[in-house]
Design a binder for this molecule. Structure first.
Ligand SMILES: [Zn+2]
Length: 132
């Protein structure tokens, strides 16, 4: 296979180890399709659960982190909120919401309080962590 240079959107903050952005279509198996090429995504467990969320697979996703070698990208840890989706042209942070407890989380699954499934609820990263 021919080797190609990984295309990365330069981050606003330069000189940091992290801070690269990668945008593409989320593919099942924790991969991102960027310009017809599949990039393998590495992450912590909480971010990995988001990458496995079938509500997000097939959609456009932006991830923050750093490239590692050819065709690999390591996503920043979940607490840095490194995942974004696009809805009606708006860039929204991936988050989840429990409508019973009014608790927001950043990884899918059961609400830690009531054990109900949380709802996918992307939100503007500049608004506070509560329901508008
Ligand atoms: Zn709950």
């Amino acid at each position: 296979m021919r080797r190609r240079t990984l295309f990365l959107v330069p981050a606003l903050l330069s000189g940091l180890d992290s801070g690269a952005k990668l945008r593409g279509k989320l593919v099942a198996g924790r991969k991102l399709e960027v310009g017809g090429r599949l990039i393998a995504l590495e992450s912590d467990d909480a971010v990995g659960k988001v990458l496995d969320d079938e509500r997000l697979i097939g959609g456009k996703l932006e991830v923050e982190g750093k490239a590692r070698g050819e065709g690999n990208f390591v996503i920043d840890e979940i607490h840095t909120k490194p995942l974004y989706v696009f809805q009606s042209g708006e860039r929204l942070g991936v988050s989840y919401w429990c409508e019973i407890c009014y608790i927001r989380t950043y990884s899918p699954g059961k609400c830690w309080c009531c054990q109900e499934d949380t709802k996918l609820d992307p939100k503007d990263p500049n608004t506070p962590d509560r329901k508008p």
